[in-house]
Design a binder for this molecule. Sequence first.
Ligand SMILES: [Cu+2]
Length: 216
Amino acid sequence: MTSGGARPISCLGRTGRALLCAGALAGGGWAAQAGPVQVEVADAAGKPLADAVVFLDSADARKLARPLAGVEMAQEKRQFVPGVLVVTAGTEVLFPNRDTVRHHVYSFSPAKKFELKLYTGTPSNPVLFDKTGVVALGCNIHDQMVGWILVLDTPYYARSAAATGRVLLDNVPPGTYTLRTWHTRMPVGAPAQEQALTVPATGTATASVRLTGLQP
Ligand SMILES: [Cu+2]
């Protein structure tokens, strides 16, 4: 099961040692060896797919994830901006309304159920996203408004580029990860598609993802 004999593996073993290792990583440790991960995302037909969110999960990654600061999901011209927001668990998000009409933002998603009743301006209380998962946003007044917040438990995530479907994740420490990919065109409630990924101590890790079951 183990690979890359030269690579420090103390982090990958028993949980009792994992904390120590996360500390070493944060302090520089073998983070210096962290390398790039390149992922190509395509649809079932092999066509490059933009705007997929690719993220790397592992026990060590979870320990390094921190809440983000100053994050907003605005409403402009009766749309959520950005349409897709990626945050780490524990992040508080403000929902400023930059339109002159009132919005009434809600989510019924298991990862976060909440409601911001009819408002203009910025509600003073941010909404805390403390559970991982996909949060689908809607507005009670404007049925066409749809937004997404993807709540992750890892600092390693990025979005696939237009035209190429490529994702580059920098400074990923060596180790074994679960590479997960999510897209708004996946059926609502579907889990992110997953595959294993090993990041070697040196060189670039590469992976290709084919997302199946996408909606038009
Ligand atoms: Cu609205």
